[in-house]
Design a protein around this ligand. Structure first.
Ligand code: HEM
Length: 344
């Protein structure tokens, strides 16, 4: 399933990312209806279901090696994309355990974990890593425990301490974010880091979301989808690098839109960690160019309708204003007006 050739993918100029037909079909298309508004779209993260990308605890796909390589480059350029506050040490080990256990159980061809008491041996065949270490002893790993594991996983991760009936962003590794910054949000509460989002607070989404997460139980993870759009297959659309990618939004034309404009979907999963009682938030990013989206006719039609009717406040917050009219006009060629049944 994991094509080693994808290590050639490039998430920065000169861009070059290709998606196999299998990868296109496992894309977590986020629109069950012809219109979109923020909602409390949280459901149990159970294995199975219609979207292949949701079938494992942490999803690994053909871009695994290329994404881990890009993550390592970003961390080398800016080591503070990974920060964990000292009181989150126990949560770091909780994360290592959850990741190693689930990856080795669900992808035995790629990962293996052997345990003898606290003496663990981890094998990552995709990245060519072998590591013997003592669980709970950070000195026995080449990086701090959270960083060691997060470097070997696609997507971003944040760690949240729960106290005073709130969640606090007290750690994370964030290298592929949709224009927000861990450095800026570090130490903030749930409502504070969500403050830039329009409409959702008035709709009660954050009050309900926080109440729900405060009661999240170990062993019962949940998931939700979020989406935006990105020009070029660029993972790192961070505020830190805005000067590098921001101007790309002005480069979209009717001729290049299908290749340049990507639907960016985040499969977000949340886990209660057993010893620390912290919450792990995982953001797994999928980028698919419009050219691949329209290969699935119902997706092309639906995206055209969602973008055409998008609330101006959401369009502006997501940074789509400069190119949304062009994209809607291009996608209109793929929408014959046929009625679509609810669901993806
Ligand atoms: C946006 C983090 C849970 C709904 C965001 C942003 C961050 C974030 C960093 C970007 C804010 C910015 O513009 O600076 C998190 C974390 C969560 C979490 C760490 C869990 C610990 C939730 C939940 C919901 C939610 C449970 C809803 C039930 C939203 C919405 C947006 C958002 C609607 C706007 C997204 C967009 O339009 O692109 N979140 N979030 N979040 N979050 Fe969360």
């Amino acid at each position: 399933m994991i094509a080693q050739a994808s290590v050639k993918d490039s998430y920065r100029p000169p861009y070059g990312v290709t998606n196999s037909p299998e990868t296109i079909l496992r894309f977590p298309f986020p629109f069950p209806e012809d219109s979109y508004m923020y909602s409390m779209n949280v459901e149990p993260h159970v294995r199975g279901g219609p979207v292949v990308a949701m079938q494992n605890t942490f999803d690994i796909d053909e871009h695994y090696v290329a994404e881990c390589t890009e993550k390592a480059r970003i961390l080398a350029e800016d080591p503070r994309r990974c920060i964990v506050m000292p009181h989150m040490r126990e949560a770091e080990w909780d994360f290592v355990e959850l990741a190693m256990e689930t990856l080795s159980e669900q992808y035995p061809d790629y990962f293996a974990l052997m345990r003898d008491g606290a003496n663990w041996h981890w094998t990552n065949r995709l990245l060519g890593l072998e590591q013997a270490f003592v669980f709970g002893d950070a000195e026995t790993l080449p990086h701090p425990p959270f960083e060691y594991m997060a470097r070997q996983m696609q997507g971003d991760f944040t760690l949240h301490d729960q106290r005073e009936d709130d969640l606090w962003m007290d750690g994370g590794m964030v290298t592929a974010q949709a224009d927000w910054s861990l450095k800026f949000d570090l130490g903030m509460s749930f409502r504070q880091w969500h403050a830039p989002v329009p409409k959702a607070a008035e709709l009660g989404v954050f009050d309900r979301g926080l109440r729900f997460l405060l009661m999240l139980q170990h062993g019962k993870p949940v998931r939700r989808l979020n989406w935006t759009m990105t020009i070029n297959p660029r993972l790192d659309t961070s505020p830190e690098n805005y000067l590098v990618w921001g101007a790309d939004r002005a480069s979209v034309t009717p001729d290049n839109a299908l290749d340049k404009v990507h639907l960016r979907v985040e499969l977000q999963t949340l886990y209660r960690l057993p010893r620390s009682h912290a919450i792990l938030f995982s953001i797994r990013c999928y980028l698919l160019p419009l050219r691949d989206i329209v290969r699935v006719p119902k997706w092309g039609r639906r995206l055209h309708r969602v973008l055409g009717a998008l609330d101006p406040a959401l369009s502006s917050y997501k940074g789509l204003d400069l190119y949304r009219p062009t994209v809607v006009s291009v996608l209109s060629r793929y929408d014959d007006g046929a009625e679509l049944t609810p669901g993806i």
